[in-house]
Design a protein around this ligand. Sequence first.
Ligand SMILES: *[C@@H]1O[C@H](CO)[C@@H](O)[C@H](O)[C@H]1NC(C)=O
Ligand SMILES: *[C@@H]1O[C@H](CO)[C@@H](O)[C@H](O)[C@H]1NC(C)=O
Ligand SMILES: *[C@@H]1O[C@H](CO)[C@@H](O)[C@H](O)[C@H]1NC(C)=O
Ligand SMILES: *[C@@H]1O[C@H](CO)[C@@H](O)[C@H](O)[C@H]1NC(C)=O
Ligand SMILES: *[C@@H]1O[C@H](CO)[C@@H](O)[C@H](O)[C@H]1NC(C)=O
Length: 720
Amino acid sequence: MLILHSFLILFFTSLIRSDPCPQVCICDNIKTFVTCANKNLTEIPANIPQYTQKLILQKNEFKVIPSGAFFPTPYLTHLNLQNCSIETIEEGAFRNLARLRYLNLGSNRINIIHQESFDGLSSLENLILEKNRIEEIKAGAFSQLGALNFLNLEDNFLVYLPDMVFQGLLQLKWMRLSKNMISIVSTETFAVLPNLKRLNLDHNELQYLPTEALTRLSSLTRLELGWNPMTFILEEALQMASLKQLFLNNMALQDVSYKAFEKSKQLSFIDMSNNQIRTIQPLSGMEQLKSLNLTGNSIICDCFLRQFKEWADVLRLKVDLICFGPSHFLGDHLDSLRAIDLKCGNFPEEVYKLPIVTEKPDVENLCPQSCDCKTNVKHAICDNKSLQKIPKGFNEDTTLIDLRRNSFHSVPKGAFLNMKNVASLHLQNCEINEIQPGAFMGMRNLLYLYLSHNKISSLNPNVFEGATKIGYLFLDHNKFTHIPKETFRSLPNLFSLHMQNNTITSLSNNNIAMARKLHWLYVTGNQIDYIAPTAFRNVRDLEKLYLDQNMLSEVPTQALKGMNKLIELRLSKNPIKNIGNGAFVPVSKSIQHLYLNDMRLQQISNGAFLGLGKNIKSLYLENNNLQNLPNMKMFNGLEVINLANNPFNCDCRLLHLHRWISGLNLKVGATCATPKNLRGQKVRNAKFVLCPGWEGNKNRNKRKIPAISTSKTKAKKYKQ
Ligand SMILES: *[C@@H]1O[C@H](CO)[C@@H](O)[C@H](O)[C@H]1NC(C)=O
Ligand SMILES: *[C@@H]1O[C@H](CO)[C@@H](O)[C@H](O)[C@H]1NC(C)=O
Ligand SMILES: *[C@@H]1O[C@H](CO)[C@@H](O)[C@H](O)[C@H]1NC(C)=O
Ligand SMILES: *[C@@H]1O[C@H](CO)[C@@H](O)[C@H](O)[C@H]1NC(C)=O
Ligand SMILES: *[C@@H]1O[C@H](CO)[C@@H](O)[C@H](O)[C@H]1NC(C)=O
């Protein structure tokens, strides 16, 4: 038996040997594994050995995979064509590959999948099409892939998923459609996927849950829908009998019907973190629910939450929820409170007491023509309707109006006069260049106002008259060159101000100081080169300050004075070359996350981090020009640190960093650039020596760090 066996091996080996390895490729001994990667080939090599099983062709320049390209290699099980500049897959390109199990076509330029592109791949289990430009998948394109388990279409240009596109994928278990631009899912898109267990639809453009389409997925257990611009979830919006895990995080959810998941009885985990939910009722029909994530919402822990809390206690549900109010519970975890402590009364915040959704008969249902009104959740949707004037005639109890993508140019005075129940108004992408004083008059409960992607360059101080509850104001991507003066005086409750991607050049004396309750300020992506020392005077509650992608040439230490609650400071991508002593002292007690990456930073003084220490959880210093760093020992609470892409000089003076990193249990990314013999080595692993006379120098480290130097502070005057 043994003899026969050896004989057979000998026989086959000699048979295979008769096929030479192509010159540009590398083959293993028996030529079943062939790699021709990274060769700038424009055609698939002609003489790949016939018995090849694994063929690696990544990083070439094929552009086209012609019909029958792999006819000579019918034994392939594994084929990698990543990064080959492929634009076209001709019909029948993979014919004759009935044994292929793995096909990687990622990072190419494919924009259409033809009907017969994948013909013949009857054993294929993994198909990777991520990072292409796929806009269209022809009907029947996957119909021959009856063995496919995993399909990855992430990061393409899909907008619309027509009926039956995935027809034939009878064994498919996991499909990734993340990071496309999907806004429409047809009702039969997911028909006949009887084995699909997991679906990723996150990072798309879905505004509503495609209820009917999802209902077809009878075996799905995990559904990821995060990062889609949905604002509400209606009752019975999800009817998925097997679903266990549901991700609805980082959307714009404001309302979730208590009956939303009633028909998805197996749900055990729901993630609704980072939305805009203000109160929530017990979710009906959820006997299996174990964990509900509601962090990053603005939920008020008052009497309206009591019923929810009681329900959660009975179910022994793990709820992640940090109270956003009332003020005596601000920041408290719901776990730490008892149901009976959730009360209403002592505080005048009636804005939060939204009527709990009850099924009272609607007496009259007003809805402007060209809008779509969801009366049960009191939302009016008039998105992208070519409107030129703000419509009138909304029901008075409407709580959300969506007017995105119209062309109003101007918002006139009194445009929303009777809309006293609206909490959220969407006016993004409306070509608005003028907002008249009193435009939002009457909107007594407006909390979220979205005005991003318009052409606004200034705001009259009286623009927000009568809408004093506004807490979240979005003005990103407009034409502001400065922070509007006096405007925030009329917004005493402003909590979060978004002015990213404008062309603001400086933050002057008083304009922000008016917004005394401001907690989060986002001015990323402007041209700010000066911040007045008093710019934030009185803004004592600021927690997040995003100053990244601006033109600052130094850390605005003076302006940070008095910010005792600042948690996160972003200065990335500013042309700051040096950080001087005591730069962060004013915020050193509170700050936890510090972003100093991508700044062309050359030097950090020995006392630059004075006062900082175990509070710091993340520190970003990557992509700078740092050759050395001051002592980092005091950072002993870090969870993230990034030092990558700095030209560290690994001589004896960097020994302290090497020692510090060696004691850290974190990925750091620091590598040596000099001296030459250490270039490219990790600071963690490089061999360091003590500096000559080190023992004698030791005391130097103990010397007091110089006090805060203010002499360098720019004396530039701000021109009003
Ligand atoms: C491939 O082409 C690029 C640019 O045309 C060149 O820089 C590179 O050296 C080439 N690689 C090989 C392996 O020929
Ligand atoms: C493909 O190219 C991308 C971008 O050029 C690169 O990030 C990726 O690592 C490459 N992948 C492979 C397998 O070569
Ligand atoms: C809840 O969501 C937050 C924010 O997304 C996340 O940091 C946290 O880990 C989540 N908790 C659970 C239990 O999933
Ligand atoms: C807006 O509507 C037009 C037709 O009315 C349509 O062609 C376009 O795709 C829509 N845009 C978006 C972003 O939905
Ligand atoms: C700002 O502009 C950048 C680049 O165009 C974009 O990636 C980012 O999403 C924009 N941010 C906002 C808030 O509009």
